[in-house]
Design a protein around this ligand. Structure first.
Ligand code: BES
Ligand code: ZN
Ligand code: ZN
Length: 486
């Protein structure tokens, strides 16, 4: 894997915006007026900010900005909208807008007001702003021949150092997951993904086990192997373990869907459907990204990360519709659609993870188009066997600006997955597809189980609030926060 050319660093400064370095200084406009930091900057620049506000129709609506130039410095009035209903989300997104502006203007050092610190507290405000600045600066340009190394430094005025540091680690782990999911499929094969996991484990001192086709077969993972069979690139089962130094409060397993490419197999996808299927390992990327964060935060929780990495392709050996496969659990599955491959690989990965007898088992997967139809591209579907587990994840997600919406593990839909010839089939009916996929996974784990279908939010076709088009790293921050909260 190539190195990223973008290096981002975040600092908190004791001084006000005007006193910090940077050829770009950013203050907010709230409810149409300058903030306290804005008035300070206004004074330092002999009132040109207030004059500009008066002379223009600029009202500081969210998403807008007014840029002035004075003494070779860009003075940016960033629209922050109204005073009412301030949440960390808005600060995070404002941070990302600052980052976009800085890249646009080609500025390498920027001083920013600690937006809404009076409302959210310095700590929470710095944290959200720092995350936004970092994530908004993210670019995937390692394959652009004309990309030049870029270093950007952001100063958060009157920020909190600890919060900024934590946010930087969290955002860096998110960027790492984005990188993995943005890597093209000819580079990031199952082998390459496993090598990446080994590298991460070596750097952080995690245990790691990587199994190849023979060992996977010896474990009896017939469903996983069936999916992998069509590709020349052999599968890998990746098992990372983080053990805290102290006695763990809890033990959990995180299982990520790791389809390095999903062409659909013989139930072939149309071209448009294949376009972004390099990111069908975004669940795996979220798990690896979470481990990257665990390396930094080192919570007193034992965490297992399991990824069944494979490619779903076509060849003379590829699995076909009608096949019956035997999973590691012993349950047999009739393949009704080769494009419902994620749940087959996860069936074996989840069962394998369950052997660790964790206190909770979580899967994260770009599993169904159905979840995208239901919730769109900003919200993940959340399935949980226990209310408390669902709540804990929603809270973690909410704090990190990652939205999860609860969906039911409706027991009366289970018969839809009955097969004439095997214990189960991998696809039922079209209606309620995301629910049926979750119910399928549930057959291979013991409670408590929680499943996130991130097919929508894992990847954006266009630039969005927290970054450019492409992989979003969705899940890293939610999972990390959740694990730390256990
Ligand atoms: N990887 C896809 C799901 C997906 C769709 C992810 C869109 C991201 C964006 C998954 O393997 C798949 O193909 N699912 C099928 C299941 C169907 C055959 C029951 C789907 O959703 O169409
Ligand atoms: Zn598929
Ligand atoms: Zn898939």
């Amino acid at each position: 894997m190539l190195e990223s050319v973008m290096k981002i660093s975040l600092r908190s400064g004791r001084r006000p915006v005007a006193g910090l370095p940077g050829k770009m200084k950013v203050v907010g406009v709230v409810s149409g007026g300058l903030t306290e930091a804005g008035r300070e900057l206004d004074q330092a620049y002999s009132g040109i900010l207030s004059k500009a506000l008066k002379a223009s129709k600029f009202r500081g609506d969210e998403g807008t900005a007014l840029t002035l130039v004075a003494d070779e410095t860009f003075l940016v009035l960033l629209g922050l909208g109204q005073k009412r209903g301030v949440r960390a989300d808005r600060v995070r997104q404002a941070g990302a807008r600052v980052a976009r502006k800085a890249l646009e203007l080609g500025v390498r050092e920027v001083a920013v007001e600690n937006f809404f610190a009076d409302r959210l507290g310095k700590e929470a405000a710095s944290y959200a702003l720092a995350e936004g600045l970092y994530l908004g600066s993210y670019r995937f340009d390692r394959y652009k021949s004309d990309a030049r190394p870029v270093r950007v430094r952001y100063w958060i005025a009157k920020g909190r150092g600890r919060a900024v540091e934590e946010a930087e680690r969290m955002a860096a782990a998110t960027a790492y997951a984005r990188d993995l999911a943005n890597e093209p499929p000819n580079v990031l094969t199952p082998e390459a993904l496993a090598e990446e996991a080994v590298k991460l484990a070596e750097q952080a001192g995690f245990e790691v086990q990587v199994l190849g086709p023979k060992e996977i077969e010896a474990l009896g993972m017939g469903a996983f192997l069936a999916v992998a069979r069509g590709s020349e690139n052999p599968p890998r089962l990746i098992h990372l373990t983080y053990r805290p130094e102290e006695k763990p409060r809890r033990r959990v397993a995180l299982v990520g869907k790791g389809l390095c490419y999903d062409a659909g197999g013989y139930s072939l996808k149309p071209t448009e459907g294949m376009l972004h299927m390099k990111a069908d390992m975004a669940g795996a990327a979220a798990v690896l990204g979470t481990f990257k964060a665990l390396a930094e935060f080192r919570p007193a929780v034992e965490v297992h990360g399991v990824v069944a990495a494979a490619e779903n392709k076509i060849s003379g050996r590829a699995y076909v519709v009608g096949e019956v496969v035997r999973t590691m659990s012993g349950k047999t599955v009739e393949v009704a659609n080769t494009d419902a491959e994620g749940r087959l690989t996860l069936a074996d990965a989840l069962y394998y993870a369950g052997r660790e007898a964790p206190d909770a088992i979580l899967s994260i997967a770009t599993l169904t188009g159905s979840s995208v139809v239901a919730l769109g591209r900003k919200i993940a579907a959340l399935f949980a066997t226990e209310e408390r587990l669902a709540e804990a994840l929603r809270e973690a997600g909410g704090a990190e600006g990652e939205k999860l919406w609860p969906m039911p593990l409706e027991p009366s839909y289970e018969p839809l997955l009955k097969s004439e010839v095997a214990d189960l089939k991998n696809v039922g009916t079209r209606e309620g597809g995301a629910i049926q996929a979750a119910l399928f996974l549930k057959q291979f784990v013991r409670d408590p189980f929680v499943h996130l279908d991130i097919a929508g939010p894992a990847f954006q076709r266009e630039a969005w609030e927290l970054g450019p088009a492409g992989a979003t790293g969705f899940g890293v921050r939610t999972l990390t926060r959740w694990v730390r909260s256990l």
